[in-house]
Design a protein around this ligand. Structure first.
Ligand code: TRP
Length: 473
């Protein structure tokens, strides 16, 4: 990766590369189910507020650190202040945890694409698969009836991570980039088309839009903020060193402030559209039953969209096109995750590219297999009361990432001083939101992050906080 440093051509190149890596399953799969789970409009509002304050400041800080030091996250923190090099290490753990379970979901997406082209569209749309009250998706991820049932999700996961490893190993970045450059805009167009179709043809969908957009303040709780914050980290690839790496590749003439705004707009825009495509449809299917909508969880996209496609003329084809596009969005993100870990292993363990890639693959196969089996045969195995996949999601999004973000904010706010990064940003003209940046990094972020950490740790360990119990997630 070293050789690629400073290789973006101008701001557009940088924004597209960063947005290409940021846009993925987080936007299309994770955002809609969280919005559905945490009260629709209120989640959306909290998310947008956090993204323009907190997300903006953290992203500016990370990109500026990267560009200032021109180093990888671990070396960047060390170069700026030896005492904080642990933050770079901690940030590096996050992709190692995310990649395996990300690929399990990538495997689900691959399975659905193949399902659509091989004539299973009807089955996949069936909420009562095989005459039971279990949906096709529920049956697919949890069935232990036969060996094949048990192994199937794992095989798709192997295929997905195997493909990711092939892309990283062969370094066919150019090819993937070409495909994704075309796929990304096409995916946006397709999502807009599906949104219009859902809103125009389904009875009750418009009420679903109201649920999704209009904040209901009675549904607000600390949980909403914790979930929105975790999603913000995840979706914008923050608090894991990625934006530092991207920053280290940018030239001094690229405006950090403008780029950050564009990346955020892009990422949030796609997440918003994905929610608009899925939530009103499910709202309509469940006849406005908000509790049913909230309880869907990670299966939301996989259960809702096949039903939408089923009602469309040529729905199987549109479904296939949709899932192959999501597959590519997921593959580019997974590749980026894997590249990051491979680069660190090469650098710090002094391994060759191939060895390092196989090592990452090996670790991911083990952790991913646990995530996959956690929904079926190992359903009874719980860590902190969570299944494997949920545990990995929790430990990265609600624990390590807030710690990394907190340390980054404290480091920038009180040790490095925001002024140093402001100067970096101002190499390209006035920093318009400078006051916001300084206030958030110094005061707002540390306070919010401490609350979030206390809340998620106390919740996970079942600690009683007395009169502060309302904080617990
Ligand atoms: N942001 C990506 C998404 O929304 C997921 C992701 C998290 C990621 N961390 C990353 C992608 C690091 C690339 C690199 O799906």
């Amino acid at each position: 990766m070293e050789t690629k440093r400073s290789s973006f051509s101008g701001r557009i190149g940088f924004v597209l590369a960063a947005a290409g890596s940021a846009v993925g399953l987080g936007n299309i799969w994770r955002f809609p189910y969280l919005a559905a789970q945490y009260g629709g409009g209120i989640f959306l509002l909290v998310y947008i507020l956090l993204s323009v304050t907190f997300g903006f400041s953290l992203m500016v800080a990370e990109i500026a650190i990267g560009r200032k030091t021109q180093k990888s996250p671990i070396d960047a923190f060390r170069a700026l202040d030896k005492r904080f090099s642990f933050v770079g290490w901690l940030a590096t753990i996050v992709p190692i945890i995310i990649l395996p379970y990300y690929s399990v979901i990538g495997g689900w997406v691959t399975k659905y694409f193949v399902g659509f082209i091989t004539g299973s569209a009807g089955d996949m749309a069936n909420p009562n698969f095989g005459g039971t009250d279990v949906s096709y998706f529920g049956d697919y991820i949890s069935s232990t009836e036969s060996f094949f049932d048990l192994a199937e999700p794992m095989l798709w996961f192997f295929l997905f991570i195997g493909l990711t490893a092939v892309v990283v190993l062969l370094g066919v970045n150019k090819g993937v980039e070409k495909v994704s450059k075309f796929m990304m805009p096409a995916l946006v167009v397709l999502i807009v088309f599906i949104v219009i179709y859902v809103l125009c043809t389904m009875d009750g969908a418009l009420d679903g839009v109201v649920y999704y957009i209009k904040p209901d303040f009675s549904k607000f709780s600390v949980k909403t903020v914790v979930a929105a914050m975790g999603q913000l980290f995840y979706s914008m690839s923050l608090a894991m060193g990625i934006m530092i790496t991207f920053g280290s590749y940018t030239k001094k003439d690229v405006s950090i402030e403008k780029s950050t705004k564009q990346i955020e707009l892009f990422d949030t825009g796609i997440a918003f559209l994905a929610g608009l495509m899925i939530i009103p449809a499910v709202y309509a299917f469940s006849n406005g039953d908000e509790a049913a909508l909230a309880s869907k969880g990670p299966g939301l996209m996989f259960e809702a969209l096949p039903r939408v496609f089923e009602s469309m003329p040529l729905g199987w084809l549109i479904g296939a096109i949709f899932f192959i596009m999501v597959f590519f969005a997921a593959l580019t993100s997974a590749r980026s995750l894997m590249e990051t870990i491979v680069a660190v292993f090469m650098d710090k363990l002094k391994l060759g590219r191939k060895t390092s890639c196989f090592l990452v693959l090996g670790i991911s196969l083990v952790l991913g297999a646990c995530s996959s089996l956690g929904y079926s045969a190992w359903g009874m195995v719980k860590i902190l009361g969570l299944q494997f996949l949920d545990f990995f999601d929790f430990i990265s999004n609600s624990f390590i990432m807030p710690i990394v973000a907190l340390c980054t904010a404290i480091f920038v706010g009180f040790f490095l001083k925001p002024k140093t990064l402001v100067e970096e940003v101002e190499l390209n003209g006035k920093f318009k939101f400078r006051v916001l940046f300084e206030t958030v990094i110094k005061f707002v972020a540390p306070v919010c992050l401490v609350i979030i950490l206390v809340s998620s740790v106390a919740g996970a360990l079942g600690i009683n906080l007395g009169f502060l119990n309302f904080l617990i997630v």
